[in-house]
Design a protein around this ligand. Structure first.
Ligand code: HEM
Length: 134
């Protein structure tokens, strides 16, 4: 099986991890929330570093850059930046946080989740167009 099919499966798993991670936060099970969201973030950074970054550089060098891919890349970079910012905000205090911190980080978490979902949707459209519906 070609690499993009594997990467699509990995992306589905990462999105499921993030979705279940959000669900556990709502149930106030913070240990599961942290394990799932940190795993999703680390996984996304690895996929970006070793697959999407080299792939976009290759596509740019061949002139194969669509508007969808540009939107995907901008949304994706912002999402990764926001998720790393959130991870830093909590890990620097060893996940020991107060309500003041949650008051401004919670909207960022919700925004990050929906941006991740939007990035995933654009990536999925690109994937189906380039590798499935050819
Ligand atoms: C949260 C962040 C991101 C998510 C959830 C995400 C999701 C996806 C998905 C689901 C695919 C389709 C699977 C595949 O082609 O193997 C994909 C492909 C791709 N993504 Fe991302 N992505 C993210 C960030 C980025 C970033 C930051 C860039 C570049 C700056 C990027 C560039 C690409 C490229 C070049 C492809 C392959 C397009 C192709 O082969 O035609 N992605 N992404």
């Amino acid at each position: 099986m070609e690499i993009w099919h594997w990467m699509f499966i990995v992306e589905v798993i990462l999105l499921l991890l993030l979705t279940f991670g959000s669900y556990y936060a709502r149930r106030l099970d913070m240990d599961k929330h942290h394990i799932m969201t940190y795993t999703a973030i680390i996984g996304q950074v690895l996929v970006f570093t070793f697959y999407m970054r080299p792939r976009i550089l290759f596509l740019i060098s061949r002139g194969f850059v669509s508007e969808l891919l540009i939107i995907h890349a901008i949304l994706g970079l912002t999402t990764i930046f926001l998720s790393l910012f959130l991870a830093y905000m909590f890990l620097k205090d060893k996940n020991d946080y107060d309500l003041t911190k949650l008051r401004y980080t919670r909207p960022i978490m919700i925004l990050t989740y929906f941006m991740w979902l939007a990035t995933f949707t654009f990536g999925t459209i690109i994937y189906f167009r380039a590798h499935i519906l050819r």
